[in-house]
Write a protein that binds this ligand. Structure first.
Ligand SMILES: NC(=O)c1ccc[n+]([C@@H]2O[C@H](COP(=O)([O-])OP(=O)(O)OC[C@H]3O[C@@H](n4cnc5c(N)ncnc54)[C@H](OP(=O)(O)O)[C@@H]3O)[C@@H](O)[C@H]2O)c1
Length: 273
């Protein structure tokens, strides 16, 4: 069999901070050559420099705005130019927005779909041939939010339901090719996510909260073990099951009240009659 002239690489999106940076450290610690992708170059260069001190390979840094539809092609071009071929793709970049969908900025909500859904789908499908060749895989970051509708973060929850559904189906389709697809569904993790979404992060829940490092480790372990679904923490596993057993109306009411309580912009949020 002809050997590839390209070196396998693990592409990690949203790797400048938060869960993505933690995932980059975990993959690098296990000997993977990683390519960090996000908008903030300075944070990624710092992370790459830190990882280079103790890891086998210095990470590659690629700055890209994944809300732009031409970003995946540009990333592919950069990797090709460096002689790298994605064997593992970790689609972690994403953000949420808190508030009633009819009231918060429509353009920002559509941009969330571009990032959380469109870019994730493109990067999941773009390198399948190489992933098959390297017997690699895809690790997609959804959320416990993907298991339920979320009034107060309606578009965000819907994007994560898409990621969950798409990834589980893809795992089934690619299994015969020896490709693993894992969907990681964290509960609350204190990162920049809350600030960007407009959520009050000062209300910790000891039952549900996990650190970015714990989530990244659980995601890596589950992915390497070939698990289809990883939900870090017993409390979060329980939360993901509740919508199966409770009436939909009750789930909607409970989620609405939960979201109303944690918004930083909560004062102006009234339920329409
Ligand atoms: N934190 C939570 O409670 C929680 C819970 C469940 C699921 N999640 C999911 O976990 C993933 C990571 O979130 P996090 O908590 O680590 O949030 P975070 O700290 O805000 O990190 C988000 C990452 O995504 C990148 N990103 C955002 N917009 C981008 C764009 N347009 N193009 C390229 N990269 C972009 C950011 O980098 P730049 O700003 O440098 O571009 C950053 O590296 C997300 O998919 C999120 O939905 C988070």
């Amino acid at each position: 069999m002809a050997t590839s002239i390209f070196k396998p690489v693990t592409v990690i999106t949203g790797a400048s901070v938060g869960i993505g940076a933690a995932l980059a450290r975990v993959f690098a610690r296990h000997g993977h050559e990683v390519a960090l992708v996000a908008r903030r170059e300075k944070e990624m260069v710092l992370l790459a420099t830190e990882i280079a001190v103790w890891a086998k390979h210095k990470p590659v840094v690629i700055t890209a705005d994944l809300q732009r539809s031409d970003a995946p092609a540009r990333i592919a071009h950069e990797l090709l130019g460096r002689g790298l071929e994605p064997a593992i793709v970790v689609n972690n970049a994403g953000f949420g927005l808190h508030g009633p969908a009819a009231e918060i900025d429509r353009g920002e909500q559509l941009a969330m779909i571009d990032l959380n859904v469109r870019a994730l789908t493109d990067l999941s499908l773009r390198w399948i041939d190489g992933i098959v060749k390297h017997k690699g895989g895809i690790l997609n970051v959804a959320s416990v939010a993907g298991f339920m509708p979320g009034p107060g973060m309606a578009v965000y929850y819907a994007t994560k339901a898409y990621v969950l559904s798409f990834s589980e189906a893809l795992s089934r389709e690619l299994e015969p090719l020896g490709v693993r697809v894992t969907v990681l569904c964290p509960g609350p993790v204190k990162t920049e996510f809350q600030m960007r979404a407009g959520i009050d992060a000062r209300r910790p829940s000891r039952l549900l909260d996990r650190s970015a490092e714990q989530v990244a480790q659980a995601g890596y372990d589950g992915f390497m073990a070939g698990k289809r679904l990883v939900i870090p923490g017993a409390g979060n596993k329980l939360v993901s099951l509740l919508p199966k057993f409770l009436p939909r109306g009750l789930v909607l009411k409970a989620l609405e009240s939960y979201q109303r309580g944690r918004g930083r912009r909560a004062e102006g949020w009234r339920r329409p009659k």
